[in-house]
Ligand binder design. Structure first.
Ligand code: NAD
Ligand code: IPM
Ligand code: MN
Length: 347
């Protein structure tokens, strides 16, 4: 039996409801293939912040670094400013561990009522360590009429090139079509540079059909005709917005998974649902666990167990196709536990 050592951070809100569901499915799927898991749980959260003044301990990153992978629920709670909680935990992990690819698959499963027609099977590749998410900037003249806030975006040749190469390679392995999200008509320094690098990398990947779409038009096309997309690559902020949009178009943001990948594997990668801590439904037991369960499948894939990963996605698809068990975000009345048990039964 091979054992994988996983760091688990349930975090806040529904993170505590969907994480146990995902780990249970992970264990069951792994066991069928002779793989086991040890889970080390860290209580790093807004609750910890309110108690101890920090989201994680000073040596938090050092501790995480020793694990094979990290599984995270969600972070954020009323009473703690979001920029404090996220820049105290999630974003430092992504950056310190060079998880520069945030992979966010979206599929329209059979049996789901989608607001759009047609077939959806796409992956958003989100740049995950630079771009619009930067520490450079500041607030000035607080409380005065000329008060202002400045936030610099950072687009480096190395940072953009590496995520583009990942996206081109992924597109080559899938449908051979890559769409780059841009806004080089309105943003005059960074996104023209992004476009230039897209053209450079496209020349190195002649087997991939590559096109560019302005982010505003791209959002409209994703709603009107999502079937035309295969892999979409975008900057940190564009990728963030596109992944919620695409997930909602495919039924609910509750089903969207993500893999924060360090492709070189010199640091652990992190797996988490795309959604947040959903304080509005926390405690009701009705959070959709699909985003977390599918994220566990992405983790299995990363750990070298693609067959187990496929079995999890197939089990999710089978339960959805049957149609009797679904959480309220998908129009049903089932609980997190009902759905999780149905997936376990299918495995
Ligand atoms: P959210 O994703 O938490 O919720 C948005 C809406 O979607 C809510 O109505 C919620 O009930 C619903 N929803 C989300 N996940 C669901 C699920 N699994 N099943 C059913 N419904 C679901 O986004 P938000 O409201 O913008 O943010 C809430 C908090 O979460 C904030 O503190 C935010 O910063 C944080 N957040 C954290 C992460 C993360 O940890 N990766 C991601 C996004 C938001
Ligand atoms: C996500 C989230 C985070 C992000 C927030 C909570 C900082 O929305 O993982 O999609 O924007 O990266
Ligand atoms: Mn997001």
């Amino acid at each position: 039996m091979t054992t994988h050592d996983i760091a688990v951070i349930p975090g806040d809100g529904i993170g505590h409801e969907v994480t146990p569901a995902a780990l249970e499915v992970l264990q069951a799927a792994g066991r069928r293939h002779g793989h086991g898991f040890t889970f080390t749980e860290y209580d790093w959260s807004c609750e910890r912040y309110l108690r101890e003044g920090a989201m994680m301990p000073d040596d938090g990153l050092e501790r995480l670094r020793r694990h094979d992978a990290i599984f995270l629920g969600a972070v954020g709670a009323p009473g703690v400013p979001d920029h404090v909680s996220l820049w105290g935990l999630l974003i430092p992990i992504r950056r310190a561990f060079r998880q520069y690819v945030n992979l966010r698959p979206v599929r329209l499963f059979e049996g789901i009522d989608s607001p759009v027609r047609g077939h959806i099977d796409l992956v958003v590749v989100r740049e995950n360590t630079e771009g619009e998410y930067s520490e450079i900037g500041g607030r000035m003249n607080r409380g005065f009429p000329d008060e202002m806030a400045v936030q610099q975006s950072v687009f480096t040749r190395a940072g953009v090139t590496r995520v583009l190469d990942y996206a081109f390679d992924l597109a080559a392995r899938r449908g051979g079509h890559l769409t780059s999200a841009t806004k080089s008509n309105g943003i005059i320094h960074t996104l023209p540079f992004w476009d230039e690098l897209v053209r450079e990398r496209a020349a190195e990947h002649p087997g991939v059909r590559c096109d560019s779409e302005h982010i505003d038009a791209l959002c409209a096309k994703l709603v009107l005709d999502p079937g035309r997309f295969d892999v979409i690559v975008g900057s940190n902020l564009f990728g963030d917005i596109l992944s919620d949009l695409a997930a909602a178009v495919a039924g609910s943001i509750g089903i969207a998974p993500s893999a924060n990948l360090n492709p070189e594997r010199d640091f652990p990668s992190m797996f988490e649902p795309v959604h947040g801590s959903a304080p509005d439904i926390h405690g009701l037991g009705v959070a959709n666990p699909i985003g977390a369960i599918w994220s566990a499948a992405l983790m299995l894939d990363h750990l070298g167990l693609p067959a187990a990963a496929d079995e999890i996605v197939a089990a999710i698809a089978a339960v959805l196709a049957k149609g009797d068990i679904r959480t309220p975000d998908l129009g049903g009345t089932s609980t997190t536990t009902d759905f999780t048990e149905a997936v376990l039964t299918h495995l």
